[in-house]
Write a protein that binds this ligand. Structure first.
Ligand SMILES: Nc1ncnc2c1ncn2[C@@H]1O[C@H](COP(=O)(O)OP(=O)(O)O)[C@@H](O)[C@H]1O
Ligand SMILES: [Mg+2]
Length: 447
């Protein structure tokens, strides 16, 4: 009998090696190499495939038709809905609301076709209780409390399901391997088995994974190449805001976000995120600058807040929440050099209200305005929104989607928009639009 060998796989990047190492040579992460059992070559039956090659133009592509989930926010992140035969991995911290969202989605999916919700985490009765709380009836929704993947797939075949949910991949066990459920090799095996099942039968598979961005439990990177779409559910458990992001999507863009709030009755969609992220204030407050970011295809208004205070202990602190720290340092340097402002003895904290993460140069001008406003303790002129990228010499550079952003500012009731001069021409909106080319010029309009 051929000997079973072991190898080590990095849970972050999937690097494979024959011996254990503390640090992965490929992605340089520490303590991510996990031992997996490898089926020896001789023990594997030679693969006999009956699949024929097809002429591209003759392939029937009916699975391009999207299945709506009943949640427009989720459909947008998916790129228009679920795809037949596609596999979706929904990741996120435990307790973030993955099971809740999927139960609500199953309600809609099971309206016309049988859907199987397989759970290895909860009992059928617990699911029933949650469904009652959420007001989910699920016309053709079947619940299966089971850990064995093979029986889950058998039940799905018997029921002729259109969709299957496996909650979670960490709790299912594939009979093909002897290792325990939750191990890296099991998770990989179970995912590829489910992906194969979905592709062969045209069933849509949704897999839940308790995975943090850092890949704390089982590296999401390991699964990413096995599935078609990877979604992450983000949010602070102490807060009810939840943001759904696509990390990978074979059937759509990865820039779109879905915004939800989690409550007693489950996930509620936020169709107008601008209204959610923008605090409604009568008066302008020092350190606050409204701006507009582009999330996928949608413009979203957010408020940027800066707090500049005298440093108490020697080293001044710079803290950026939701923004790039290095960009903040660069913008402070521009303000010091070009406008002669002194931040050397000031702590600087910058935050985007609502917990959104933004990585866009178009927010530069809003950041410097908030910094200046807080440093001098004077508010921006009320009703103004600010857009623009800043160059190293303090010039305001053009931004993308200027028209979309300006229109959103107008829709949200702003009276005046400052944007780069180069973006000004051709914009016609029923509000005051001012094109600026330097930071000083922007300040002269705002303060
Ligand atoms: N009766 C309830 N009312 C409101 N929220 C609840 C209730 N019961 C549970 N929750 C919320 O649901 C969350 C669990 O959601 P769940 O969908 O099970 O998360 P996940 O599947 O991502 O681990 C808990 O963190 C809790 O905040
Ligand atoms: Mg759960």
């Amino acid at each position: 009998m051929a000997k079973t060998t072991t190898s080590f796989i990095c849970s972050e990047c999937g690097y494979e090696t024959g011996k254990w190492m503390g640090k992965c040579p490929a992605c340089e992460s520490w303590n991510t190499l996990t031992e997996v059992e490898k089926v020896p070559k001789g023990a594997r039956a030679p693969a006999k495939s009956t699949t024929e090659a097809e002429l591209l133009k003759e392939i029937k592509a009916d699975n391009a038709r999207r299945i709506k989930t009943g949640m427009a926010e989720l459909d947008r992140v998916l790129g228009g809905g679920l795809v037949r035969g596609g596999t979706v991995l929904l990741g996120g911290d435990p307790g973030i609301g993955k099971s809740t969202l999927l139960l609500q989605v199953c309600d809609e999916l099971s309206r016309d076709n049988p859907v199987l919700y397989a759970t290895g985490e909860e009992s059928a009765a617990q699911i029933r209780l949650r469904a009652q709380r959420l007001g989910v009836m699920g016309k053709h929704l079947y619940v299966l409390a089971e850990n064995e993947l093979d029986s889950i797939i058998d039940r799905a075949k018997e029921l002729k399901c259109a969709a299957i949910v496996v909650d979670s991949i960490q709790t299912v066990h594939s009979g093909a391997l002897s290792t325990a459920a939750g191990s890296v090799s099991q998770i990989r095996q179970a995912t590829s088995q489910l992906t194969r099942f979905a592709k062969e039968t045209g069933v849509t598979a949704i897999i839940v994974g308790h995975v943090t961005k850092q890949g704390a439990i089982a590296g999401p990177k390991l699964l990413e190449h096995l599935v078609d779409t990877v979604l992450y559910f983000e949010g602070d458990r102490s807060d009810d805001l939840r943001i759904l992001r696509a990390v990978k999507n074979r059937y759509g863009s990865t820039n779109e976000i879905g915004v939800f709030t989690m409550g007693e009755r489950g996930m509620a969609q936020i169709e107008d995120p601008s209204a959610l992220f923008l605090p409604d204030r009568e008066k302008s407050v020092p350190g606050c600058t409204p701006m507009c970011v582009i999330e996928g295809s949608r413009p979203v208004m957010v408020e940027l807040q800066a707090l500049v205070t005298k440093t108490v202990f020697g080293m001044p602190r710079r803290v950026a929440a939701g923004l790039d720290y290095n960009r903040l340092a660069l913008l402070i340097a521009v303000l010091e050099k070009k406008l002669g402002l002194a931040f050397g003895d000031q702590d600087v904290f910058v935050n985007i209200v609502g917990g959104l993460r933004v990585d866009e140069r178009a927010t530069d001008l809003a950041i410097v305005c908030a910094l200046y406003s807080s440093l001098r303790n004077i508010p921006l002129r009320a009703g103004c929104a600010v857009l623009g990228e800043i160059g190293l010499t303090g010039e305001v550079r053009s931004i993308s989607s200027a028209e979309k952003r300006a229109a959103e500012c107008a829709r949200m009731g702003f009276e005046k928009i400052l944007l780069p001069k180069s973006n000004r021409s051709g914009l016609t909106l029923p509000i005051d639009i001012v094109g600026v080319s330097t930071v000083e010029e922007a300040f002269s309009h705002l303060f």
